[in-house]
Design a protein around this ligand. Structure first.
Ligand code: NAI
Length: 709
């Protein structure tokens, strides 16, 4: 069985891992933390051990093993290098995506290396760390590939500057495995013996966590968030209960080498360690950026030459963003030639205050204009992270007097204008896997306002735009929200009473807009009213409704009239995250209720049905030269034994046992059904001990190839 070289470059993930402070504490205790370093174990003022990052991507690593087709019996974790970009928050979801990057051949006797790389983002959109993995595949060498580079760490010829002793408990792996690495080699004495060990061994990554705590303690105590790189090579296995010592040599500023030894045998178990950490200056810089900051962020604000847009642009720039100040410079109704002065003046204001900005005079109302605005951001600053669709005009008339020109002019600026700018920006954000988009609606649209049908329709169109775009942007951390501002500007000077205008400064709207544009923004697809420093949320709510008729014959209008009190009721009302969810109650209204206690899975696929279907799932074209007998021993009330004999391109399945199976597969009935229906990953089932494989382990890897359900 050869390595699958086609796996190189194929995307793995996103793999998501939600976590809370309890996961951090469990991990910390798994790697030996306790009262001596309580900051890792007590939820008040909790700090995160940076090596938690690897415990969080275990599932990704399993996928690397599966996709590269490496022989499971020979896989060892070879090296691990982690580069940290931002401190790990104490809760949230980690989203990991990456690929196998290289496969190197060390020779038929030595084995092969499978290298993979993965970026992990936090659910707040921040990139937290990049993991570089090397799997050592002892049984896959000799495929004729390049031998690859080798990284050597030359330890100084002097005693270590620091030594940290630790005494992992004999039970340490039983705690550590609860963080995700539940490979039975670390828990099951029988499995460990069958794998050639006296008893279960320590996880290499558990010792890795001990080493990580040790280097922090001696090099930057109490500040784990300073770590910027942590690299190790796993050189030897270790039994739990043996004492270890991490030896550290401080090199240049911000860099040290380390290794961890078995204190009893003096064998090196973690070798070639490199740790790097941030300088005081870099830490200060990071602290300055605390709170809501937009350093390195690029924002496009349309209609930023006056009113609300101007204040958004000034405030974002004050908080570190680079701004494209877009404004056509027309009259309040959009008429006139346009002028460069409004945008230029705001750019000047920003620059005078020490910020960075560039002007754009294009109209949002055309496709070319929208593209040119976004191009200005990309050409000047390399990307676009934030778009505030704010440009606006008014052409108020009652519907009776609303001619198509006035209808279209308002639609073109507000609704189509948002499309013209947002689409090219969205494409750029998607590439960068980050974005914040703001639409500007209005109370006129949300609630209605006499004489503004064009404006109200355009403004509500934006809410529909947001409702769908929030779904399309979600997996790339693009959040889309809408605000309905109230502020004194030239658009409102004739509409609002003068005494109110004084209190309605755009500065009182901007804080919410900045928050929604920030990395910290926790919502997507939400709408808020904002004015005078008062903010509240607006949402669509759906009532419980009523069933009219039997769902077979269409009901009469009279029957609807009879039920109308119930139909129109909003008590209780519910919000739905998307159209499919909102459709649910309608479907449920007529579907027969599931019999109590019936499990859907049970009602569907069964173990017997899987074996009945096995001959049909057999891929004869992949079986040439294969001669193998699989015996499946499925435990549990719905289990039994079956054999599958594959020979000369045919497959025969029979109930019962075989005298001399090539490979035996033992599994529980529920887990087996889950695995076949794709709910349980085969690699994870194996490493967690849910599948036990006897006989020829290598041949078990043929199953996935020979049978496709
Ligand atoms: P404003 O008139 O002071 O600012 C709007 C800016 O958009 C102007 O500088 C104008 O030149 C620019 N603009 C117009 N058409 C453009 C185009 N085609 N391309 C580029 N720029 C263009 O108005 P204000 O009040 O600051 O309005 C900002 C947004 O807030 C608008 O979308 C408006 O509908 C909305 N809004 C404002 C409310 C308020 O109380 N001020 C209430 C509800 C919504």
């Amino acid at each position: 069985m050869a390595l699958n070289l086609d796996a190189i470059g194929k995307k793995i993930g996103p793999v998501e891992k939600p976590y809370t402070w309890k996961d951090l504490v469990l991990y910390a205790m798994g790697v030996g933390a306790g009262f001596d370093d309580l900051e890792y174990c007590f939820e008040q003022k909790l700090k995160v051990i940076p090596s938690f990052s690897i415990a969080s991507v275990f599932e990704f690593l399993a996928e690397v093993g599966i996709s590269s087709n490496a022989n499971l019996a020979g896989i060892l974790h070879g090296e691990q290098d982690i580069v940290f970009h931002n401190p790990i928050p104490v809760e949230g979801t980690l989203i990991t995506e990456g690929a196998v990057t290289h496969m190197y051949d060390k020779g038929a006797k030595k084995g092969a290396l499978v290298l993979a790389e993965a970026d992990t983002f936090h659910s707040n959109g921040q990139k937290l760390f990049t993991n570089y993995f090397t799997l050592f595949c002892r049984k896959d060498g000799g495929f004729g590939g390049e031998s690859g580079p080798s990284t050597q760490v030359d330890f100084p010829d002097r005693p270590p500057d620091f030594e940290e002793h630790a005494d992992p408990s004999p039970n340490q792996p039983l705690i550590y495995r609860l963080s995700g690495d539940i490979f039975q080699l670390h828990a099951d004495p029988e499995f460990a013996k069958a794998s050639g060990f006296e008893k279960p061994i320590m996880h290499g990554l558990c010792t890795h966590g001990y080493a990580c705590r040790a280097v922090i303690k001696h090099l930057f105590p109490g500040e784990p968030e300073r770590m910027s790189r942590f690299r190790v090579r796993f050189s030897k296995t270790l039994y739990p209960g043996l004492p270890i010592t991490t030896q550290i040599w401080k090199m240049d500023d911000g860099k040290a080498f380390f290794r961890t030894i078995n204190r009893e045998t003096r064998e090196v178990v973690i070798d070639g360690g490199i740790v790097e950490w941030l300088s005081d200056e870099a830490v200060l810089n990071r602290k300055r950026q605390g709170g809501i900051r937009f350093d390195d962020r690029v924002a496009v604000v349309t209609g930023a030459g006056a009113g609300l847009g101007r204040v958004y642009a000034l405030e974002l720039a004050k908080h570190g963003a680079k701004i494209v100040v877009n404004d056509l410079g027309g009259a309040p109704d959009g008429s006139g030639e346009g002028a460069q002065t409004p945008a230029d003046r705001v750019v000047e204001e920003i620059r005078e205050a020490g910020g960075e900005a560039v002007a754009s005079y294009d109209s949002v109302a055309t496709e070319d204009g929208g593209k040119a605005i976004v191009d200005t951001a990309v050409k000047t600053y390399g990307k676009v992270d934030i778009v505030i669709n704010n440009a606006g005009i008014l052409r108020d008339k009652t519907l009776a007097k609303m001619d198509p020109e006035n209808w279209d002019a308002v639609m073109d600026v507000h609704l189509k204008g948002a499309y013209n700018v947002t689409r090219p920006a969205f494409l750029n954000m998607r590439e960068n896997r980050y974005g914040r988009i703001i639409f500007t609606t209005s109370a006129a649209g949300l609630y209605g306002n006499f004489g503004q049908t064009n404006y109200s329709a355009a403004k509500m169109g934006l809410i529909g735009f947001m409702n769908t775009l929030k779904l399309e942007g979600d997996k790339n951390h693009i959040k889309v929200n809408t605000i309905a501002p109230v502020a004194a500007t030239r658009l409102t000077e004739d509409v609002l009473p003068p005494e109110l205008l004084e209190k309605l400064k755009p500065e009182f709207v901007a804080p919410l807009v900045l928050y929604l544009c920030s990395e910290q923004c926790p919502v997507s697809g939400a709408t808020y009213n904002a004015g005078m420093g008062y903010f509240n949320r607006v949402a669509f709510a759906t009532g419980p409704g009523a069933v009219v008729g039997d769902g077979k014959a269409a009901p009469l209008p009279e029957a609807v009239a009879e039920s109308f009190e119930k139909i129109k009721s909003l008590d209780p009302a519910e919000e739905y995250p998307n159209a499919t969810a909102a459709f649910g109650p309608m479907l449920d209204a007529f579907s027969p209720k599931k019999a109590e206690g019936t499990d859907e899975k049970e009602a569907g696929l069964t173990v017997q049905a899987i074996f009945d279907g096995l001959p049909g799932a057999f891929q004869a074209d992949k079986a040439s030269g294969v001669d193998v007998v699989f015996q499946f021993d499925i435990s549990g009330p719905k289990g039994g034994s079956w054999t599958a004999v594959v020979k000369e391109g045919t497959c025969e399945v029979e109930k019962g046992s075989h005298d001399a199976p090539t490979t035996t597969i033992e599994m529980g009935d529920d887990d087996f059904v889950k695995m076949i229906s794709g709910e349980l990953n085969a690699m994870i089932a194996y490493t967690s001990g849910k599948i036990k494989i006897g006989g020829d382990l290598m041949k078990s890897q043929l199953i996935e190839k020979l049978f496709q359900f």
